[in-house]
Design a protein around this ligand. Sequence first.
Ligand code: AGP
Length: 620
Amino acid sequence: MCGIVGYIGTREAYPILIKGLHRLEYRGYDSAGVALINGKGQLNVYKAKGKVAELETYCVDKDTGGTIGIAHTRWATHGEPNTTNAHPHYSESERLAIIHNGIIENYGVLKAGLQGEGYTFRSDTDTEVLVQLIEYTQLNQHVNLKTAVQLALQQVIGAYAIAILDKEHPDTLIAARKGSPLVVGIGEEEYFVASDATPIVEYTDKVIYIEDEEVVVVSTKEQGTTAKGVDITTINNVAKTPEIKRLELSLSQLEKGGYPHFMLKEIFEQPRTLTDSMRGRVNIRQDNIALSGFIDNKERFLNAKRIIITACGTSWHAGLIAMYAIEEFAQIPVEVEYSSEFRYRKPVINKDDVVIAISQSGETADTLAAIQLAKSKGAFIFSICNVVGASIPRLSDSGCYTHVGPEIGVASTKAFTAQVTALTMLALCIGKEKGTMSEEQYLTIVRELGQIPDKIERMLGQNKRIADFAKTFTYAQNFIYLGRGYNYPVAMEGALKLKEISYIHAEGYPAAEMKHGPIALISQEMPVVVVAPHCGTYEKVVSNIQEIKARKGRVIAVVTEGDELVSKIADYTIEVPETEECLTPLLTVIPLQLLAYHIAVVKGCDVDQPRNLAKSVTVE
Ligand code: AGP
């Protein structure tokens, strides 16, 4: 998944573009590039393999002048990461330059057609095919760039967010999207386009979210039929009225706030972000939950014969926790599906199904495709998302935003606890409305939910202690994480956190599964993390720990404050405050986030941008 950013206005574009790329680096960073039209009408393209810093080094002695430009940070989908395949891509005549986030699925057919017309290609990318197609259309149909872009995109199958420059029109920048996000920022006599709001927020809070199959032309001066300002049409040239919205992001949210990594900042933000995600939903007296997405669609939930949850990665783990809560409180059967499997396995989907899509970014391709499939079968789509205006919530019938602000660290932390909170609130709303849980149970849990942010705050005080004992585990090649009930998904989430940022192999298992194979792995060399808070299956988990210790395994146990049993048999214990069983994941996951973080830091890993990973997987 790539990041795109463009600028047109009165200021020098290069510094703005480079800073924008740094803000987008979390989206992908195996190469980067910039295209600028300087004051002499020259279109200069510079590209470098690696992170944005490499591009800056490369540009030190180059002509980076110009008040219009586009820039791109890449996470390869077609063609290996190198400067040839890096964006921007010139058209054959080098009159045009394009950047692109997405995948053009029919690029092979389009490429063959252009080669038949004598076109040659420098790169292996689908993006270069697009810019050649646009130029071919412009020259052969004698149309202007906007029309050429519209006509070319009508032939494209796949996903794109593009920005394109024409050196013969240095006062115009054209962008378009389908399936990949694109935002336009409106400044004073200047405009920005970007994959999301992070490169824009320090310049303006006025944005326009571009919809699928829309083409936006930004001009800084009247020229012919092109009006000054922002003009939006569909790829079929149907005029659209720009809807300007106000950004809620602040620049400070984007800074690390004094923490060494965004991930640690986001772990420590969780008391506040959970408070934010409950704000206006759990009332002041903490005896009632009001979710507008539920209230407006009550009948759909009350009549649902089944709830299907579709998500990927950490969001899938949140969905697994929701399954326990919804079935316990609302007594509606729940299926939790990996989106990538759900979208292709020809699932049975009925009109009275409710499909809940969980996605921090709101742009995960597999989850987007999963709900497109469900929607086509008439199911009701409810999304839990963190990015206002993202593709998944825009495709959904209703939903609930988690409102935790931008999550920059690739490893999801605050978004996960907010997803679990939102899903728990939803389960409680349905259970209360259906009468499948008692008023007393409802009130107890709602009140306890209101206490969770303070309890997380207390637990974060153990950060230093966890950092200290994390050092003793950096040798490990493998970890196993175990949990039962609501904490089985927590074990899986803890394992994912460790493996994705420290590159240590880790697996999460239901604790009882040990006897069905994994116990053969137990040895002193493989630490076992056991999530063992006081709840229904506590005694069972204790016996699992004893089985591990009998085989010389080393155990790190997450226990409830005051636990006197496990702390006598485990090698290390981390205490979490007492809470309701269904809320334990919100507490037990915190030490696992910190453990993974500190092990990765000691190992010298790139915690915020782990290798091979991108923050949002907008390609298959
Ligand atoms: C989690 O730490 C990972 N970054 C990854 O598994 C992520 O949860 C997954 O790609 C889903 O992303 P989404 O929530 O934006 O859809």
